[in-house]
Write a protein that binds this ligand. Structure first.
Ligand code: FO1
Length: 324
């Protein structure tokens, strides 16, 4: 029988996976489960692509391309070069090794296997000690209402390099999607000690996860501390379009906005030392610590700090979570 996780992390791709790896490295094997965004998933060349799941898988297995943050280290590009030569859709770069995972996932889905089961099998094959849980086995797509029309996530993110101006973010299918069944059990488990929301984009990466009604409710009701690591450092995002998006949505780029975004769900916020001045105005208990993760040591240090902070919140009398 598999061990019940003690820590649940919620993550998108690149930024979130960095902290998730730190958590995996400081926790005993089997103590971590990661709930991963699938709102970026799409069909490309007939293949089922799950970028954030694969980023977490490769990061946990130690085979990720550290520079790009996505795809495999030591990748070869024969498939992509040949695709480009015949004028195929090479804007989304699929490496040869990475391609194998997409082909395998697509064929197993076609045979009726669930995404959860496929990711569990891949996790075992890659020797990953943590559970990698898709947020749902149903189709959910993050759609962007932009000044260039409605765009699917990868169309906006990769093909258009996040250039269009976003007016609204939607999560098509989330209202009727069923949360990963393992998650509801885990959130109610007496073994669970805390939930850590990784410093992923709150709108594009964590937003789709929390848009699944059953999942949001289960998280709001869970009795253990839920802490979030702010993805904003000194008014900047470490990577990606978080700050640009917040500005376009008319949201103040500050730790307080992160608390407001997660209102009713979190018990504590972790902000970077550079944002010390905001710590007393976040509206929730706040830990100030370095959050920039450039090295493995940084990732482990932030993981330890987040876990210690959650433990301190569990020990103290709990404030009721404000319902939005
Ligand atoms: N990101 C890019 O910026 N360009 C790419 O060509 C690209 C290809 C790609 C292939 C497989 C995969 O798993 C991820 C890939 N990503 C690529 C990353 C991905 O689009 C984003 O990082 C996530 O969707 C956002 O978390």
């Amino acid at each position: 029988m598999t061990k019940t996780a003690k820590v649940l992390a919620i993550s998108g791709g690149i930024g979130g996976a960095k902290l998730a790896l730190g958590l995996q490295r400081v926790l005993p094997p089997g103590d971590l489960a990661v709930l991963v965004n699938t709102g970026d998933d799409f069909r490309h060349l007939g293949l089922a692509i799950s970028p954030d799941l694969d980023t977490v898988l490769y990061t946990f297995a130690g085979v990720a391309n550290a520079g790009a943050g996505w795809g495999r280290e030591g990748e070869t590009w024969n498939f992509l070069e040949e695709l480009r030569r015949i004028d195929g859709p090479a804007w989304f770069q699929l490496g040869d090794r990475d391609l194998v995972v997409h082909v395998e996932r697509t064929s197993r889905l076609a045979l009726g296997e669930s995404l959860t089961s496929i990711m569990a099998a891949l996790g075992r094959r890659f020797g990953v000690p943590s559970a990698i849980l898709p947020m749902t086995d149903d189709a959910v797509a993050t759609l962007l209402d932009t000044d260039a029309g409605v765009l699917e996530f990868q169309e906006y993110f990769v093909r258009r390099r996040c250039e269009p101006r976003i007016r609204a973010v939607r999560y098509a299918g989330a209202a009727t999607a069923t949360a990963n069944p393992a998650l509801t059990g885990l959130l109610a488990s007496p073994e669970l000690e805390c939930v850590v929301i990784c410093p992923s984009n709150p709108y594009l990466s964590i937003g789709p996860v929390l848009a699944i009604a059953g999942l949001r409710d289960a998280l709001a009701r869970c009795p253990v501390p839920v802490v979030v690591i702010s993805p904003i450092i000194g008014g900047r995002a470490v990577k990606g379009p978080t700050v640009k998006l917040m500005r376009e949505l008319g949201v103040d780029v500050s730790p307080r906005s992160i608390t407001e975004h997660y209102a009713g769900l979190i018990d504590g916020l972790v902000v970077d030392s550079e944002d010390m001045a905001f710590a007393s105005a976040t509206g929730v208990p706040t830990l100030v610590t370095p959050t920039l993760m450039q090295t493995l040591v940084d990732r482990e240090a932030l993981a330890r700090a987040a876990l210690g902070f959650a433990a301190s919140l569990a020990a103290a009398p709990r404030l009721p979570r404000t319902v939005p």
